[in-house]
Structure formats: C-alpha cells, structure tokens
Design a protein around this ligand. Sequence first.
Ligand code: KG4
Length: 340
Amino acid sequence: MDDVVILGIESSCDDTSAAVIRNGELLSNVVASQGVHEEYGGVVPELASRAHQQNIVPVVDTALKRAGVKRSELSAVAFTRGPGLMGSLLVGTSFAKGFARSLELPMIEVNHLQGHILAHFIKQPGEELETPQFPFLCLLVSGGNSQIVRVDSFNKMEIIGQTIDDAAGEAMDKCSKVMGFGYPGGPIIDKYARLGDAKRFTFSKPNIPGYDYSFSGLKTSFLYNLRDWVKDDPDFIEKNKEDLCASLERTIVEILMKKLKQAAKDTGIKQVAVAGGVSANTGLRNAFMDYSKRFGWKVFIPRFSYTTDNAAMIAVAGHYKYLAGDFCGIDVPIYSNSRL
Ligand code: KG4
C-alpha cells in the first residue's frame, strides 16, 4: 500500500494549526496562537476569525515545508468541522475545502473533541508509543467542554457524562478574571496553587445525578465569597492568592475525579485517559497518578504540547478515518455544538 500522508488543519478557536503525518507518524505540527485576545480576558470571536485568515496560508505552508512533504504526496486533507466558534471554523474548513479541491484530494471532516481524545495516538517517527487499549474512558476537559467519554474504537465514542453549564476550564478562567489575573486563567491558577494551602478555603460543590458535571455554582460561590472577603480587606486577594488558587483547583479536581471514579467503577474500565487544555493542570495530573496507584487504573496523560489545540490530533484522527474510508463532500457544513 502507498504511504498515507495526511495534512491536518485546526482552527476551531484561537489557534491556527496545521500538521502532517505519514503512516501515523508526525512529521510536523505548526501552531500560531493569537495574542490579540489577552487584553480582553477571553477570546473575541471576530478577532479570532480575522487572525485565522492571516495565519492559515503561512501555517499550512510551514507545516508542509517542515515535514519535507510536497503537495503531490498528500493522500487527504483532514480538518476540524466542529465544535467551535463558527467564524473560526469557517476559515479553516473553507481553506481545507479549497486546498483539497484544487489538488483533487479527498477530504476528511474531524470532530474536534474526537481529535483531543486521539491525541493519545500521536506518534513521533520511530517512537514506541504506549497507547490506551479499547475500550477506555477519557476525561475531556477544556475551556469549552467537560465530558466523560467512553471510547470503543478510533471511530466509535460515546459521551456518557458532560457539564450541564460551564466547563472546568471556563470556571478556572472566570475565577481568574474576578481575581484580576490574566487570560487564560488555568496556567496562572496552576502556578499559584503549587505554593498554597488547598484545604484553606471551601467552595460549593454540585450535587447532580449520573456522570454529569456542573461548575456554575462553584463559580458563583467563589465570586460571592471573594466579594465579602475583599469588602473586609481590599488586599485580600493579593495576600491570599496562593491559598485561593490551591483551594479552587482542589475543588475542581475533586468534582472531576468523583464522577470519573464512578464511571470507571460502573463500567469496569480501568484504562483511563485525560485530554484537553485543562489536562495540563498539575493538580489534575497528580490526581490521575494517585488514582492509578489506589484503584489500579492504567492512566494516560498527554504530552503538554498536545493538551491544547493543535492540528497533530486532527491529522491522527484523519489518518484513522482515511483507513476506514470515511470521507466527506465539499458541502459538509460546520457546527458549533458539543457532540461526538
Ligand atoms: O483545549 P483548550 O486549549 O481549548 C479550549 O477549549 O478553548 O483549553 C483551554 C483551557 C483554558 O480554559 C485554560 O485556562 C485551561 O485550558 N488550561 C489550564 C491549564 N492550562 C490550560 N487549566 C488548568 N491548569 C492548567 N495548567
């Protein structure tokens, strides 16, 4: 069989990315992040779309050059179809469609969430990578999602629990914002949390059935408590930032792990992975290692560079769809809602 060479394109939020893989091995992964949102404390959709338009051509060009792959060697173009910001998705998908059509290449649409999960299968050339065995559970936690996914194969996944309101990363980002820290808040909270007492403050935890999550109550409890404390002492945040961040992080990690533990117990699945931007969090990574020892889980934690949005994961998902002959037409529309 000829080599399978996939160009992956990701543009669902505020990172423009392109990657090339050959026979499942990563040759290049280029990510252009957008600093333009920092001063607004969150992603501004219209600015994101414009930045994608500026970045997409040089990013794809660089990915092909770094991979040492000519356009004529490509087997297919895989692109993120959704979920994500509509304007951002439009730029990446429109480019992918035009590029594929001009080279008469097949197109593969990839679900962004599926991409995050399949980041565990991104292999460097020659690497012996230990990958999860099917079926496995994946905790998918990012700025837009908090889900427990049962993964039965590369192309068969089912969401068994998800947030009914905010995502875990969103809760981190919003709490960071009310403390007057920068964006994204997750890495800042992670940094301060390492220096603080995680048991110092208690914030409210949700009580909802099944494997679903909720983070809006925690966010409100954090906000109201903070408002009262700052009323009494205007320097409260500065004096207590480490303990505040450590306590907040502990609460979020405990909420996430409680449902995941229940899902692992009920399904009998002991292969457990984590994916998405929040999987970079030190407290969450430590909890995974701890559960691995306590409950005999085989845990899979992605490399830091593959926790946030990247096209390598889209290219890998595209590779397995290519092998399954799962292609799409040029008329395939984008979507914004979280589904698998
Ligand atoms: O998957 P991702 O890159 O894209 C979106 O869904 O937007 O996730 C971004 C999220 C943000 O909420 C960010 O604050 C969070 O991941 N994040 C972290 C850490 N690094 C990124 N949260 C906690 N600890 C971190 N170290």
